[in-house]
Write a protein that binds this ligand. Structure first.
Ligand code: GTP
Ligand code: MG
Length: 366
């Protein structure tokens, strides 16, 4: 394990651990990473693994129970503390839908904030074919995770993978797709470039970012810069889901053949397509990895998801809870199917769509 990086990758839950391993594989070098799960089998594929849940779960997983996943982390998340030394930014990858990904991610983000470490969460949300229970599990914790972490990217698997009729194949591709996107993000910070994005700048950018959209494309051949912009503009992952863009971050990763005109094409194209009050650009030059290819990573943050300068609850920078309107919790455009864009059911300043045990912060015995 690489230990001198200021960024720590944390994989949470079974699919989250698989995705974090995928990031490490795609990065091709040692990466500072810890894997956390309630299921002991997640540790069998190698890596720095921390089993949470102790005797209660006996290493058998949380069985889709978010309370169990949350309690497991509440009790044991401090087992990662010796991995937190000098960490300036934590990147969590997880998959919502099960018990550990949702429950433990929430507790991990709160724990990191208590240690003064900002967190950015990349979390997939379940395929529609997985059924209502997993969708509910996922929806129930999204807002909570959003409040606990500094920046969140929820990646709906249906949009990420598109139409598929083979479930196993879809899940495998999901791991690869998320891993390659997060790896590009990782490279932006860890690899040298003409326009550097270092951890401190990223920490500042993400500190009060809130919910964002994330997409990455890789293209090659003539006209690759224009094609990258075109594909990003058509990306379902970046399609507007709610308010206008507050800030945008664009990263360009390429080999030695990157032209200044291509940087201009991508930067102008992304800026014009998505707007935003602030626009940040970073480039990475890595001939060995990108020879002939051009990858572009785009992150968009929506206006109104979090007030300027506001950060995750409990972080060193503040502890206000986010509100978007009169007494309405900022749940954003959550909801699927019939509930898409539905207003939350708010009573006495509480969102009744969020399960009671989560709203009341109850720890249930199991
Ligand atoms: N990419 C990928 N996603 C998976 C896989 N299996 C499940 N998922 C997705 O991940 C979500 C969460 O599943 P798991 O990771 O198995 O759940 P968990 O977080 O380990 O929680 P528990 O098993 O209940 O402790 C599912 O709803 C799926 O959307 C897989 O093999 N690959
Ligand atoms: Mg599991």
């Amino acid at each position: 394990m690489k230990s001198d990086s200021p960024m720590l990758l944390i994989g949470i839950g079974t699919a989250g651990c698989a995705m974090a391993r995928g990031v490490g594989r795609a990065f091709g070098e040692d990466i500072r990473c810890v894997l956390v799960d309630t299921d002991a089998t997640s540790g069998e594929a190698g890596g720095d693994f921390v089993l949470i849940g102790g005797d209660r779960l006996s290493g058998r997983g949380a069985g889709g129970n978010i309370v169990a996943g949350r309690l497991a982390a509440e009790v044991s998340i401090r087992m990662i503390d010796d991995r937190l030394e000098d960490v300036r930014l934590a990147v969590i990858v997880t998959a919502l839908g099960g018990g550990t990904g949702g429950g433990a991610t929430l507790e991990a983000a709160k724990h990191l904030a208590a240690h003064g470490i900002p967190s950015v969460v990349f979390a997939t949300t379940p395929f529609v074919f997985e059924g209502d229970d997993r969708q509910r599990n996922s929806r129930g914790v999204m807002t909570m995770i959003e409040d606990a972490a500094n920046a969140t990217f929820f990646l709906p698997l249906d949009k990420l993978i598109g139409d598929t009729d083979n479930m196993a194949d879809a899940l495998r591709r999901a791991v690869d797709t998320v891993a390659s996107g997060v790896t590009l993000f990782w490279r932006l910070v860890e690899k040298p470039g003409y326009i550097r994005l270092d951890t401190e700048r990223l920490r500042h950018l993400l500190a009060g970012a809130g919910r964002g959209r994330f997409a990455a494309v890789t293209v090659q051949g003539p006209g690759r810069a224009a094609e990258a912009v075109d594909r990003l503009m058509r990306s379902e992952m970046l399609a507007a889901s709610s308010g206008p863009v507050k800030s945008a971050l664009c990263g360009i990763l390429a080999g030695d053949d990157l032209l200044l005109s291509e940087v201009g094409t991508v930067a102008d194209g992304v800026r014009n397509a998505f707007g935003g009050l602030s626009f940040d650009l970073a480039t990475v030059n890595d001939e060995a990895t990108f020879s002939g290819r051009l990858s572009v990573v785009v992150m968009l943050f929506e206006a109104g998801t979090r007030a300027e300068g506001e950060t995750a609850s409990g972080s060193v920078m503040g502890s206000r809870r986010r509100r978007t309107g009169k007494g309405v919790l900022g749940v954003g455009p959550s909801g699927r199917g019939r509930f898409k864009n539905a207003e939350p059911t708010v009573w006495r300043d509480e969102d009744l769509d969020i399960p009671t045990f989560i709203r009341k912060n109850l720890s249930l015995d199991f």
